[in-house]
Design a protein around this ligand. Sequence first.
Ligand code: IPM
Ligand code: MN
Length: 377
Amino acid sequence: MKDAGYEIAVYPGDGTGPEVIREGEKVLSALAENAAAPWHLSEFPGGGQYYLKTGREWEPEAAAAARSADAILLGAVGWPGATLPNGDIAGRALVLGLREGLDLFANVRPCRLYPGVKHRISGEYRSVWAPRNVDMVIVRENTEDLYTPARGRLARGGETEVTVDTRIITRKGSERVIRYAFELARARDRGAPEDGVKRVTCVDKSNVMEGCRFFRETFDRVAGGYPEIERDYAYVDAFTQWLIRNPEHYNVAVATNMMGDIITDLASILQGGMGFASGGNIGSEHAMFEPVHGSAPKYAGKNQVNPYATFFAVEQMLRWLGDRAKDARLTLQADRLERAIASTLAAGGSGTYDQGGSVTTSEAGDRLAAAVRAERS
Ligand code: IPM
Ligand code: MN
């Protein structure tokens, strides 16, 4: 911590990113009103739209701030037509670049259905899952696997014949993310909704792939150090249907990067949709928190998207910072924010378009800020 408090670097990014980040900042200000706020926010532009304007994804001082900050809050990056010369999305530096550069090895995606939140299948709101059924965290490896830039294209004479993406699974990468999952299961005050059992599920395709076999061997080795936590296994294909049919079985699940990317978006349906899904990109020195819905160009500038994913990202950030710095002030603020979120959702959900309502992004932020003020700090 610096004298002025914790330094939080904020990157609103593209599309709806700035709209939801504005609401996250509103809520942080409300938290700060009647308690000394030990944090300071600095905002930096960057992303695909910035690239189209300037030819740069972000400025050197923005990149430096990510490295020196105590925590990072990201909106979203990605914009139609904003592509780097090598074909990567412009804005990559702010997401994949920071995951690699700051070694943010665990992508932590809580998936909890709050009372008052509707979930939607095939266009209709249905109560397939009760809130008490859905309360898990999916931990995704965040630095290797098919995301490793070990890829290429063979274009003899200019015509593409072959493309290759290499799947890299390392001992170091697997071990630390699996350990993170077990530590999380140990630290969480609740086990699986079904039976209260603390359980870690290894999601893989070890019936086919060598990397997954190694991931599962590593899982077993690490699990040996946590005898009080139940080991559970699922092939990723079977997992997708069990997850939907029987979400109450899951407490913490751990997966490699690409499979984790897919199953976490699927899981978001259990929590009311991507409008409620936040993610922490966590390393041993740095961490970045984000709503995971992306820049949603179709909705940009309409003040329509659901800012709750950002509110959850802010909560995750304060909690991480509180744990890391052993600063109870931050943990208390995270608890306070969580109570305000839960009570606001219970009183009618977010009310935004994705929930069948007409509450705007900024109104949803005003409502939560009011609920934060009403919660004792
Ligand atoms: C996510 C996103 C990113 C990913 C994209 C934006 C590169 O989908 O955070 O899940 O694939 O990891
Ligand atoms: Mn994704």
